[in-house]
Design a protein around this ligand. Structure first.
Ligand SMILES: Nc1ncnc2c1ncn2[C@@H]1O[C@H](COP(=O)(O)OP(=O)(O)OP(=O)(O)O)[C@@H](O)[C@H]1O
Length: 266
């Protein structure tokens, strides 16, 4: 079983990560030398125009996809040096995932959905742990319900509880509020922020929404597979402004040069 290792303050580090899809004449450079780090207990949002490489970055950082070159360290484990069995174990023990589609099994109760990853790994949650995470996401009263009996926001909170159950070092979230209304999205984002603040979990979230990104401690901006800037203590306005400069909201506002704040300098 993988447990916390190393003394580094970073949960995840990417060093000069390149990812090229396709062969020869048909190549797409999805990541073009990305170097960044995600500190323990921090909440980072990844933003950028469509096709800028956000999902690819998440997939590579989580060991779901392999960079073409460069390295990814998760708590000091160099992912490229691990075989598939070791990677599977690392993902199971140290990483949680949350997706836009909640990916719950309809025939299972809330409690059964939350414990499924552990049971698939042949393990049992520690006594009281399921109740603890269900309380953390505010669903202790609903443990016997099935997903269809819950609202969208409640279903996403079940998915968050499922990601939290093994007390992972890092939670990767890909558009976790994409299918939720504004108010429900706020609840879910507050929950993620508390997970980072209270339990020291590291959250890395891809989003298109400046309001969602403003819940993070830091926003990193991608364009054409490169990191082109970051914001600390973001507000919806400051995030939207940068996205506008990247041409992401080109329908609303005239396109401006993305080169004006490469490296975070304006
Ligand atoms: N499996 C693949 N094969 C070939 N090209 C791919 C593959 N996955 C992604 N790409 C390409 O890599 C680039 C980055 O894609 P990626 O999905 O990471 O972007 P994104 O920023 O997450 O986009 P979106 O916001 O639209 O989801 C795009 O040009 C995409 O077409």
């Amino acid at each position: 079983m993988f447990t916390q290792t190393g003394n580094t303050a970073d949960a995840v580090q990417l060093r000069a990560v390149h990812k090229v899809y396709g062969k020869r004449d048909n190549q797409v450079v999805a990541l073009d030398g990305v170097t960044t780090r995600f500190g323990r207990g921090t909440f980072t949002a990844i933003m950028g125009p469509s096709g800028s490489g956000k999902s690819t970055l998440l997939q590579c950082a989580a060991g779901l996809d392999q960079p073409t070159s460069g390295s990814v360290l998760l708590e000091d484990h160099e992912l490229s040096e691990m075989n598939e069995t070791e990677l599977t174990k690392l993902r199971r023990d140290r990483i949680g995932f949350i997706f836009q589609a909640f990916n719950l099994l309809p025939v299972l109760t809330v409690r059964q959905n939350v414990t499924l990853p552990l049971r698939l790994a042949g393990r049992k949650p520690a006594k009281g742990r399921v109740t603890e995470v269900l309380e953390q996401v505010g669903l202790a009263e609903r443990s016997k319900h099935r997903p269809a009996e819950l609202s969208g926001g409640q279903q996403q909170r079940v998915a968050i509880a499922r990601a939290l159950i093994s007390n992972p070092a890092v939670i990767f979230a890909d558009e976790p509020t994409g299918a939720l209304d504004t108010r429900t999205a706020r609840d879910v984002l507050g929950l993620l922020r508390r997970a980072a603040q209270a339990t020291g979990q590291t959250i890395v979230m891809v989003t298109h929404d400046p309001v969602a990104a403003s819940y993070a401690d830091r926003v990193v901006f991608l364009a054409d597979g490169r990191l082109v800037g970051e914001l600390h203590s973001p507000t919806p306005e400051s995030v939207a402004e940068r996205m506008t400069h990247l041409g992401a909201f080109a329908d609303d506002v005239p396109l401006a040069s993305s080169a004006t704040f490469v490296g975070g300098q304006r």
